[in-house]
Design a protein around this ligand. Structure first.
Ligand code: XUL
Length: 520
């Protein structure tokens, strides 16, 4: 048997998914939840508490330990890891890990000691800023000024200088802790860090995820000296890569062979960002299909027909792991906002869906919410802010049913508003992520976008993307062949816009646009 393994190191969990290409089946899905399974890292939602809501860091050792725990869980469940023929994977984008020396450089990883014990001494920085961090606004302005303005940063990197992107985070670190920066030999993305652990040596960043650093020159697929100079001194020497996403970067290290029973010389293909990986997992690497991913963050993304950038500065261009580019717009108030509303209303997900589908109507009787429970990047809202407009009961926060619909309608309308720059009106949306099984949320998306909604049976499209990328690289087969077997839509979950909802969103859309424009 030859199975292909995909790993996904996301904000709240590390997941594994393996496929059997010959039979077109998913043979394994397992995950470690950081909050539940690794409570000693005090990160119930995948990051450390900080009194400043703009600061969001995680302990990278939590990701290291999760890898050991996940593989032990797989081996312990009787899954034979010697069947794995190739591996690839993905990580939450933009987050960075800082090392004093390369992985396995001082000594090869020893199977006699846990990974954490061997990685802890080589971390130069104890915490990793993650994509939810929005504390670098001043640094972003500085970087943009240094290279000649936002338009130039966007022209080179595909995005203007963005708070959560790795370059601004590195500059802030360099300015605040110059000695620690000087003692840092390597800086990794979460994706290249996880691949490096598995390879037992430091491996390069890929072009897909690397594009989320504000450091890559997209036209030449290499780091831009101009951006590097504006970010921190001698930064190039601290970065590995970039390499094309389909490149083999190593083989599974002896540590994992001896400890968990992998066979020797299993190729590892470059890990990428979770969104580029989902583009593959959703079978959407050809232009024409837009994907909505409903996770900790919500994202809207699509392969690009022609490279273009967002004049408003919220959208991004990343590398498409199948070649070319993809666009992406990210909303920090995704499941965190939905969970907050559900919690405040005392709803479980079923009653949440019922409130939307049966107890309220499209347009929500004019009730509108701005749902910024955490700082938002699209639009830029640095201080959490929730505002309600409409009936007195709703504004007072007492109309539970309307609150459930309001958060989802605001999210869908904001997605639509902020994806206009892509220049295509999708007639079909593929929806993935934890909330993609919730019919209430799906129906609102269908009605707002006036588009057919499809979901896939596999929940974790990013881990599936990793498995598909490993298979495609190892077997040199076509994407179409793999998509046919693994990315077929779930026939039981296709939703169409309700004709009665037609036009009902015009007023809310105008009101929301007005409020969003006031914000930036
Ligand atoms: C994308 C982004 C998020 C993270 C979530 O730009 O910041 O979607 O990748 O893991």
């Amino acid at each position: 048997m030859a199975y292909y393994l995909g790993l996904d190191s996301s904000t709240q969990s590390l997941s594994a998914l393996a496929i059997d290409v010959e039979h077109g089946t998913v043979v394994l899905e397992e995950s470690v939840n950081f909050g539940r399974d690794l409570p000693h890292y005090a990160s119930p939602h995948g990051f450390l508490e900080d009194p400043d809501p703009q600061i969001k860091h995680a302990n990278p050792l939590m990701w290291v330990e999760a890898l050991d725990v996940l593989l032990a869980k797989l081996a312990g469940s009787g899954f034979d890891l010697s069947q794995i023929a190739a591996v690839s994977g993905a990580g939450q984008q933009h987050g960075s890990v800082y090392l004093k020396s390369g992985i396995g450089e001082v000594a090869p990883l020893s199977p006699d000691k846990p990974l954490v014990e061997q990685i802890a001494p080589i971390l130069s920085r104890e915490t990793s800023p993650i994509w939810m961090d929005s504390s670098t606004s001043a640094v972003c302005s500085e970087i943009a000024r240094a290279v000649g303005g936002d338009a130039i940063v966007t022209q080179i990197t595909g995005s203007r200088a963005i708070e959560r992107f790795t370059g601004p985070q590195i500059r802030k670190f360099y300015l605040e802790e110059p000695e620690v920066y000087a003692a840092t030999q390597e800086i990794h993305l979460v994706s290249s860090f996880m691949a490096s652990l598995l390879a037992g040596k430091s491996v390069p960043i890929d072009l897909g995820d690397g594009a989320g650093m504000n450091l890559l020159d997209l036209a030449s697929a290499s780091f831009s000296q101009k951006m590097l100079d504006a970010t921190a001194p001698e930064l190039r020497a601290r970065l590995k890569g970039p390499v094309p996403s389909q490149e083999q970067v190593g083989v599974v290290a002896d540590y994992f062979v001896k400890k968990f029973g992998f066979r020797t010389n299993v190729p590892i293909y470059a890990f990428t960002g979770d969104n580029p990986s989902s583009l593959i997992g959703m079978g959407a690497s050809e232009p024409g299909t837009a994907v909505v991913s409903l996770g900790t963050s919500d994202t809207v993304f699509a392969a690009m027909r022609h490279p273009r950038t967002d004049p408003q500065g919220f959208g991004h261009v990343f590398g498409n792991p199948a070649g070319g580019f993809m666009c992406l717009i990210c909303f920090a108030n995704g499941s965190l906002a939905r969970e907050k509303v559900a919690e405040q209303a005392g709803y479980d997900w079923q009653s949440f869906a019922r409130a939307i589908l049966e107890e309220t109507a499209p347009g929500n009787g004019g009730n509108l919410m701005l749902p910024f429970f955490v700082p938002e990047m699209t639009p830029k809202v640095l201080k959490p802010e929730v505002r309600r407009f409409g009936s007195p009961d709703f504004v007072a926060g007492n109309d539970k049913k309307a609150l459930a619909r309001a958060v989802v309608e605001a999210q869908a309308l904001s997605m639509q508003h902020h994806s206009r720059w892509i220049g295509e009106t999708p007639t079909r949306l593929l929806v993935t992520g934890g909330a993609s099984k919730n019919r209430g949320i799906l129906q609102v998306l269908a009605d707002v976008f006036e588009a057919e909604i499809r979901t896939l049976s596999v929940g974790n499209s990013s881990a599936l993307g990793g498995a598909l990328r490993a298979a495609q690289a190892a077997l040199a087969c076509s994407w179409a062949e793999l998509y046919e077997r693994f990315a077929a839509p779930d026939p039981d979950l296709i939703l169409r816009p309700d004709p009665r909802a037609r036009g009902t969103y015009d007023a809310l859309r105008t009101a929301l646009t007005r409020e969003l424009q006031k914000l930036g």
